[in-house]
Design a protein around this ligand. Structure first.
Ligand code: ADP
Ligand code: MG
Length: 324
């Protein structure tokens, strides 16, 4: 069982940023409106995430550390109809199996919650404690029991920038949620709740970009919709890193979608100029499989051509001057 967890951990957990990604998804699934990420040494020493979400009742808290105990999938069909970000029910178990792990969670307002401490996946202590509603998870010394893996962690700044990237993507996808991130007690990101994407975009990527941003809003049928912000091609921007794409609220980096975005700009792209893009595709969950890879960045569409052309056309129409 523990070996099984460690193997699974290899798939889900690569570095601090993959832990943060899973924990943020859980916090968002739990309906949190306030999320604090605290790191030490870029997450190598400590990752601590506190949310004000639903919290867990005592029994669910214990179950959450068991692999697949909480999986929301019971059939193949379910795989295509996922509504929440998490679905495998193995992230917490995997993370716990390769760290010193503390879970504090409280599901009610009377303030009595559960605290569970585990080392390498084995529960060492558990007790009831007074807590505010929500969940705190601390992950210390990631891979302390897998030295070969620990060796592959990079220097603090590198791990930190990967974590910041993950937080940024979730922040763009969830403007109504406040995100804060600290490293070694220093506040690096302090995003309050915003009305919508424009405000959050400005807070994350810079207000100066906003004046050049065009709003995308296209309906491609009852179950297909594209919204977001796109720029005219910008000078000296790195090609990939400023294209943020999301499907049903989930960050993705998909070949078909990337290609469609470039296709949308085809008539405009000039050497050394690249767009800034934050695009949200919403489609019937039955038409997209997000379960291609555990890190869930790639997807498979039922009708890849349809989605590709819809995105490319939407961008072309948005970028075309109105007097054409
Ligand atoms: P999954 O997200 O795939 O269900 P996880 O291992 O990530 O699996 O989480 C297991 C379960 O623990 C979740 O389904 C959820 O019920 C619960 N859980 C995890 N994190 C939180 C959180 N921050 N707040 C409330 N419940 C949580
Ligand atoms: Mg999860």
């Amino acid at each position: 069982e523990e070996l099984c967890n460690k193997i699974a951990a290899g798939e889900v957990v690569e570095r601090p940023s993959s832990v943060v990604k899973e924990l943020l998804e859980n916090s968002l699934d739990a309906g949190a409106s306030d999320i604090l990420v605290e790191l030490q040494s870029g997450g190598k020493r400590l990752i601590r995430i506190a949310d004000n979400g639903s919290g867990m009742h005592r029994q669910d808290a214990f179950l959450s550390l068991e692999r697949h105990a909480t999986s929301k999938i019971s059939s193949d069909e379910d795989l295509f109809a996922l509504q929440t970000l998490g679905f495998r029910g193995e992230a917490l178990a995997s993370i716990a199996s390769v760290s010193r792990f503390l879970l504090q969670t409280c599901a009610n307002e009377d303030g009595l919650g559960q605290q569970i401490y585990a080392e390498g996946g084995a529960i060492k202590r558990a007790e009831e404690v007074g807590l505010p509603q929500g969940t705190v998870i601390e992950v210390r010394n990631l891979f302390f029991n897998l030295p070969a893996r620990r060796k592959f962690l990079r220097k603090e700044q590198t791990e930190l920038s990967h974590v910041a990237d993950v937080v940024t993507k979730q922040a763009l996808a969830n403007p109504a949620v406040s995100f804060r991130m600290k490293n070694n007690e220093r506040m690096l990101l302090d995003l309050r709740r915003e009305k919508g994407l424009r405000e959050r975009f400005a807070a994350v990527l810079g207000r100066s970009l906003l004046k050049d941003m065009l709003e995308v809003e296209q309906q491609g049928g009852p179950d297909l919709r594209l919204t977001g912000l796109i720029s005219q091609p910008q000078l000296n921007r790195s090609a990939a890193s400023h294209i943020y794409t999301f499907i049903n609220g989930r960050y993705i980096r998909d070949r078909v979608v990337q290609h469609a975005v470039m296709e949308g700009y085809r008539h405009l792209l000039m050497k050394g100029r690249y767009p800034v893009v934050a695009l949200f595709l919403e489609l019937d969950p039955a038409l997209v499989d997000v379960n291609v890879h555990p890190t869930k960045h790639e997807v498979r569409f039922r009708d890849q051509g349809l989605v590709h052309d819809f995105i490319a056309n939407a961008l072309q129409q948005t970028l075309r001057p109105s007097d054409w």
